[in-house]
Design a protein around this ligand. Structure first.
Ligand SMILES: [Zn+2]
Length: 288
């Protein structure tokens, strides 16, 4: 069963890669605060903090993009990369780990990220510092809170909050204006995902800039409406389960997601069928 689960998660990750691997990737740098930037390339959005203490990085996309990512970082700072925090184990967030370690960076991640990367036979890209609940990194004039949220996108998610810059990086507990990927085969769940968003919303304020795992730079009001979407879809799926509907019924029932389908939340990786299935599987306690 473990092997099957690993296969499925690798399969999902590779599907995600092939969907977007065709085009020639450029790394876009978006200023977020005086010292924090968002880098957009292919895969999960990267966060970068620069300052006197060096460079602090959140996620590192794919190995083949490392040279381009390093070029983009060098334009922001001539200092070395001290730490890379992985928000979770998926390959579009950790693929550059081994390269970053060669640059001298120490990789930090949740205990379960270490476990899952180790199961995937990665040795060079393994984190060197792991944590269970939370940790703080004091760098570039501020405290960076790194906190774990349980069984949300996966079972090893971290969110990061820059206390002075007032910037939140959500990892994949936020897909901006899109249906989220809830990786139920890697310990993710709809209820954990909802709780993760609620917890993040308690940490931030109206002026916080949010770097989502995927999609555009965002803010608290938009994140709150994303939470509303999750709660509505959960309630709609639960109502169908209560009526005795099956997985097939729910996957086929477009009225469950219509409101957000009409707002184009459905996208190539997580279309409306997939989000209905993921929520059903999560609520019924049945793994794929
Ligand atoms: Zn992910």
């Amino acid at each position: 069963m473990k092997t099957l689960k690993l296969f499925l998660s690798l399969f999902c990750a590779s599907t995600f890669v092939t969907v977007t691997a065709q085009n020639n990737v450029t790394i876009k740098t978006i200023p977020v605060s005086n010292s924090v930037y968002m880098l957009v390339g292919q895969g999960g959005n990267i966060g970068v903090s620069v300052g006197d203490d060096g460079v602090f990085v959140i996620d590192d996309q794919f190995a083949r993009l490392t040279p381009k990512i390093l070029d983009a970082i060098k334009k922001l700072s001539d200092k070395s990369i001290q730490y890379v925090v992985n928000t979770h184990y998926h390959g579009d967030h950790t693929g550059g780990n081994a390269n970053m370690k060669k640059e001298g960076a120490k990789i930090i991640a949740h205990d379960n990220v270490y476990k899952r990367l180790a199961e995937g036979n990665t040795t060079e890209g393994l984190p060197v510092i792991t944590f269970n609940d939370k940790l703080s990194v004091y760098m570039n004039g501020e405290q960076v809170l790194v906190f774990h949220v349980d069984n949300a996108h996966t079972d090893g998610d971290a969110m990061l909050y820059f206390t002075e810059s007032n910037v939140l990086h959500t990892g994949d507990n936020y897909f901006h204006k899109r249906y989220p990927y809830i990786d139920v085969n890697s310990g993710g769940s709809i209820d954990g995902y909802i709780d993760a968003v609620k917890r993040a919303l308690m940490v931030i304020d109206e002026n916080t800039k949010i770097i989502p795992g995927h999609g555009d730079l965002s803010n608290k009001a938009e994140y709150a409406s994303f939470l509303e979407m999750l709660k509505k879809l959960r309630a709609n799926v639960q109502a169908e389960i209560d009526k005795g509907k099956t997985e097939a019924d729910i996957v086929a029932n477009t009225t469950i997601t219509k409101e957000y389908d009409d707002l184009n939340y459905s996208w190539n990786f997580i279309n409306s069928e997939k989000i209905r299935r993921a929520i059903y599987v999560s609520l019924s306690g049945k793994e794929n």
